[in-house]
Design a protein around this ligand. Structure first.
Ligand SMILES: *Cc1c(COP(=O)(O)O)cnc(C)c1O
Length: 373
């Protein structure tokens, strides 16, 4: 029976321990596993290679993304680093020009240290992708929607270019999650996640994942995961599993709130523009005056000024000073990540309370502007 994603999420971990019937799976802290005789293994030998609690979360992630196999890492960046380790000196990748600041930083590091070349392009325009193609191109790395500018790219359109040129298509699906988009079903070969964000959902676990569409890629990535060892710990695997159970209802509420808030912001005269795709819980907006950014962030009482996203609590991030500070100012401005841009991870609090918080702060800023001119 092919189950709905909501059911896969809620039931994850259940019926995995026939011996005890535990509904919530055990956290297997043991790093070593007994062998009854030479060549006899339960399938678990040493915890870096495989751990029963991590296996449950990995199996769940593979089902969610409709992939062949999933591997869980100690962070999103560890997952991305493992994927980049598939490439070697002289290889070239075509990547989204507007992407997570940490990925941008890691790409530059790989370029400098290992001589892997990264071409940053606007993924909307097929010709921008094809003009960078050459005999050394090995993969396309796509983030959709992009962070923080919320540009959407058609995965299937990019996938047809990738397939036509024998390239791997890697998609960072952190923002939409498999609830809103399943890149493998649209032709991607590898999906990466910062599971720290929506999948975990509670701002209490740092985790990453890579999900692949074939046995061959699964084996290659497993060798990297096992040799480098940036694996998700048993306790963090359990926390992630626990968090993921409610992913579908959380996403529905994030989206419901984000739709109302984007309308509110669009109609507000303290806001010059709102970037929202109409799906999911992430949006960005530009406040009209740069000098308001600091006081705006300080005066918030419900929303927290913090650097992350995807949790149940509403967060606002200032990309220019936080997530995207590693991107040079000129480049940031060229992309539109200006000093008035704020990124909003809309939480699942009551939407009226979030809007009251914004309204109070905007009123204070406007009042002060009238007094000081
Ligand atoms: C946070 C994030 C990452 C990095 O993940 P960590 O878990 O922080 O290492 C990668 N991609 C996107 C889109 C992110 O938001």
């Amino acid at each position: 029976m092919k189950k709905h994603i909501d059911t896969i999420l809620v039931q994850s971990g259940n019926r995995t321990d026939a011996g005890t019937g535990a509904i919530s799976p055990a956290i297997h802290l043991s790093t070593a596993y007994e062998h009854k005789a030479i060549g006899q293994s339960t399938g678990f030998d040493y915890s870096r290679t495989g751990n029963p609690t991590r296996s449950i979360v990995e199996d769940t992630l593979a089902k969610l993304e409709e992939g062949h196999r999933a591997l869980a890492f100690s962070s999103g960046m560890a997952a991305i680093q493992a994927v980049l380790s598939l490439f070697t000196t002289g290889d070239e990748l075509i990547v989204s020009q507007d992407l997570y600041g940490g990925s941008y930083r890691l790409f530059l590091q790989f370029e400098k240290q290992y001589g892997i070349r990264f071409h940053f392009v606007d993924m909307h325009d097929d010709s921008r992708i094809t003009e960078k193609l050459n005999g050394r191109t090995k993969a396309i790395f796509l983030e959709t929607p992009t962070n923080p500018l919320m540009n959407e790219t058609s995965i299937s359109a990019v996938s047809s270019i990738a397939q036509g040129h024998n390239l791997l298509l890697i998609v960072d699906n952190t923002f939409y999650t498999p609830i809103l988009q399943k890149p493998i079903t649209e032709g991607a070969d590898i999906v990466v996640h910062s599971a720290t964000k929506y999948l975990g959902g509670h701002n209490d676990v740092l985790a990453g994942a890579a999900i692949v569409n074939s046995e061959e890629l699964g084996e290659k990535l497993f060798i990297i995961q096992n040799s480098i060892g940036a694996v998700l710990s048993p306790f963090d695997s359990w926390l992630l599993l626990r968090g993921m159970k409610t992913l579908s209802i959380r996403m529905a509420q994030h989206e419901k709130n984000a739709r109302v808030i984007s309308e509110y912001l669009k109609n507000h005269d303290c806001v010059s523009d709102v970037l929202y795709t109409g799906r999911g819980g992430m949006l960005s907006f530009r406040i009209t005056r740069e000098e308001w950014v600091g006081p705006f962030l300080q005066k918030l009482k419900v929303i927290t000024f913090a650097e992350s996203l995807g949790g149940v609590e509403s967060f606002i991030t200032y990309p220019a000073a936080q997530t995207h500070a590693d991107i040079p100012v000129m480049e940031r401005n060229r992309l539109g990540i200006c000093n008035r841009l704020l990124r909003f991870s809309v939480g699942i609090e009551h939407v009226d309370d979030i809007i009251s918080d914004l309204e109070n702060v905007f009123n204070q800023l406007r009042g002060e502007a009238i007094i000081h001119g």
